[in-house]
Design a binder for this molecule. Structure first.
Ligand code: ADP
Ligand code: MG
Length: 313
């Protein structure tokens, strides 16, 4: 598989403060990497070194297999950057903003016209193309910022907290835009401190705190780092029918307890025991009223790994 990004021991110091501390990760073509961490973790600093906005203190950055320090114009055309700070000209209309950026990437004439239309449609702003961006809500401005970053149809897109502080509708638009880009085979790095978004979008999650990578993996792999067990709670109508000994013999089942109508089965996280458990209960003639699975989310993972909450409370 083609590697789009590979960073190795990347470090950034501001004076004596180490904002990014030997961070390493890689992103394969067609996948989404979610960079998850609280405010001040070093997400933007990492992103800004990858895009060349900030000079690295140490380490290695490879983009499309090439050392990124070479000032390579072809490379820039393949990358779209949505910065954390908006980069919009408020006196221009949505269309003019997008056209301007398309022009910077060398698009002209009909090509520029078509690309502008496609980008504005992708973020749901085509109907508002003639309106000055100053009249847009915060969420619409964020969406415009994305259209400006993808007008040249880059293969690889970096988005820095594109959904912070915006309305639900705009947020959904942006998440859907990202999902569509993945479906088209694009590669993405996405930073966020919203774990729900990262869970929904990211193929690989890099958890970062105080400039350091704390954990890397899929959501399931990260959950496995902090616990290998979870509880399934089943409410049953006829507890006398439950055969606990038989349930305990099943693979993946660690322990069971039955109190009145509540059957609690502790299973290993990886075991996918729920289906087998329900089949077994049905065989035993047990009437199941409700099932509840303990959810171990990234918030729990983060708390376990760092002793802190992901979000400022
Ligand atoms: P995040 O994007 O995860 O919220 P940042 O990368 O913006 O975090 O910041 C990481 C750390 O580096 C913070 O402590 C921040 O104050 C510091 N920092 C960021 N940019 C600068 C800068 N230009 N000069 C000095 N310190 C900075
Ligand atoms: Mg940031």
């Amino acid at each position: 598989m083609e590697r789009i990004v590979e960073i190795n021991q990347l470090t950034k110091k501001f004076g004596s403060q180490v904002a990014v501390d030997e961070v390493s990760f890689s992103v394969d073509k067609g996948t989404i990497l979610g960079l998850l961490g609280p405010n001040g973790a070093g997400k933007s600093t990492t992103i800004n070194m990858i895009t060349g906005l900030l000079k690295k203190t140490a380490g290695e950055i490879k983009l499309f297999g090439k050392e990124a320090s070479e000032k390579n114009r072809d490379l820039r055309k393949k990358i779209g950057v949505v910065p954390q700070e908006l980069a919009i000209y408020h006196d221009l209309s949505a269309e003019e903003n997008v056209r301007y950026f398309g022009g910077l990437y060398g698009l002209r004439g009909q090509k520029l016209k078509d690309a502008t239309e496609k980008a504005l449609k992708a973020v749901g702003l085509w109907e508002r193309k003639k309106d000055k961006s100053a009249t847009f809500s915060g969420g619409m401005q964020r969406r415009l910022n994305i259209a400006m970053a993808i007008v040249h149809e880059p293969e690889f897109v970096i988005m820095d907290e594109p959904t912070v502080g915006i309305d639900t509708q705009s947020r959904n638009y942006i998440l859907e835009t990202i999902e569509k880009m993945r479906a088209e085979g694009k590669t993405l790095i996405y930073t966020s401190h919203y774990m729900e978004e990262v869970e929904r979008l990211a193929d690989t999650i890099v958890v970062i705190d105080h400039g350091k990578v704390i954990a890397t993996g899929t959501e399931a792999e990260l959950v496995n780092l902090v616990t290998d067990q979870k509880n399934i709670t089943i409410t049953v109508a006829n507890p006398q029918a439950v055969n606990l000994a038989e349930i305990e013999e099943q693979s993946g089942v660690i322990q069971t307890s039955l109190q009145e109508q509540q059957l609690v089965v502790t299973v290993s996280v990886e075991s996918n025991a729920l289906n087998r458990l329900l089949m077994q209960l049905i065989k035993q003639g047990v009437e199941v009223d409700s099932v509840d699975q303990q959810r171990i989310d990234l918030e729990t993972v983060f708390l376990n790994l760092t002793g802190r909450n992901l979000r400022d409370k």
